[in-house]
Design a protein around this ligand. Sequence first.
Ligand code: SF4
Ligand code: MG
Length: 334
Amino acid sequence: EQTIIQVDGLTKYFPIRRGLFKRSASPVRAVDDIRLTVLQGETFGLVGESGCGKSTLGRCLLRAIEPTGGNIRYRDRGGAEIDVRGLDKKGLRAIRRELQLVFQDPYSSLNPRMTVAELVGEPLICHGIARGGEMRRRVTALIETVGLSARHLDRYPHAFSGGQRQRIGIARALATEPRFLVCDEAVSALDVSVQAQILNLLRELQQRLGLSYLFISHDLGVIRHISDRVGVMYVGKLVETARTEELYAHPFHPYTEALLSAKPIPDPRRKADRIVLSGEVANPANPPSGCYFHPRCPYARDVCRTEAPPMKQVSADRAAACHFAGELGLRGAL
Ligand code: SF4
Ligand code: MG
């Protein structure tokens, strides 16, 4: 299995705005020393509570936000390894064709004054891929690829349902024939029944087009449905990575266990369930000492309050950042 994206030491610090985080002495570590790999053709799911840095990580990967530090390596179509952080503006523009973002909210991410044909055709023009009749032909093929049809092309986004709008957003992301997509909460704004349709579409497209996904969601059910492997984030750090079925059957990190055993609370505003854990999420501007999870961790011991646990390789494809990874008998999701 080939690696398509490899990230090492990826870090994003935000400077502190005066008065907002008064007690903080250092910048906010929104993404803190992340190391992860996405394989060709797989879905790597990224899960964690809102505000843990998932979206910032996804955007840093594409340099939609400029990282503070670390390496991003991308293996391109021809098999060459590209140092994404080392690219200048022109190089980055060229590589953007292959690395795309699918947004969270199909209601606000599509310009309401553009028709479907214009929305999907725009990236083709921007990247000099096609125009005129050739563009129209490609746009029609793209819109059919996502399960809509040519008769939708001259309508405006308001004429469509949430699920249809997300299909349009996906067609737009696919226009440049990307190989790697960051899907940020791509189904979170949709009704549960529509979520399944969009997830199935993404899977079908993955198989047909050989796509690789970084799939970001706070929803454990969605992540389980779509992911081959999962990374769990807490306060800017990756705390556990594992194959999906292993993570859900037998978590190695107490935070993963807490997420899996939390009762989802229906949230009518977001149409998806919300996970609420006991205790406060750590403030990234002023995180706890030692293990960031220690104030909420039922297994915390003295060492947890003083020493930050490094990511520990527990088996060939499992790692967890806990002093006692693999030693605690966690209950898991059951
Ligand atoms: Fe809990 Fe300690 Fe492990 Fe942190 S290092 S998750 S506090 S047991
Ligand atoms: Mg987010």
